[in-house]
Design a protein around this ligand. Sequence first.
Ligand code: DQA
Length: 144
Amino acid sequence: MKRILVIHGPNLELLGRREPAVYGRITLKEINAALRKTARKRKITLKIAQSNHEGEIVDLIGGAKSRFAGLLINPAGYTHTSVAIRDAIAASGLVTVEVHLSNIYSREEFRRESLVSPVAKGAVLGFGAKSYTLGLGALIDLIA
Ligand code: DQA
């Protein structure tokens, strides 16, 4: 069975309580359950990780190269700042789909640049929790 690594970046463990007007009331646990359901239907195994630490995310991506067929990532705040995460994705050669709950282009100016998008195959954003399941579906199609 093909394996996909899912990475949730900083502060996403707070979903449900964190700025609900922006991110909704859904929790990370509920998002992960929806992802596992989609994966099960498509006969894909998921490894799901959440980290608030840039270096830990770099290590996860670095270790994924030969073990996973693809990467689904919401880099959260690191989207806009992390050359290290971008470089790790580029170095890994993993087919990568970037996701965001919110539409980062309709928010503050500082969110309008993603350092990750240029090394991702594609991005899904602005659909709340659905961005994740749509992104996972697209990623599974890509690696099929
Ligand atoms: C986010 C958007 C980022 O700008 C923000 O820092 C997040 C979440 C999103 O999913 O909409 O933490 O990645």
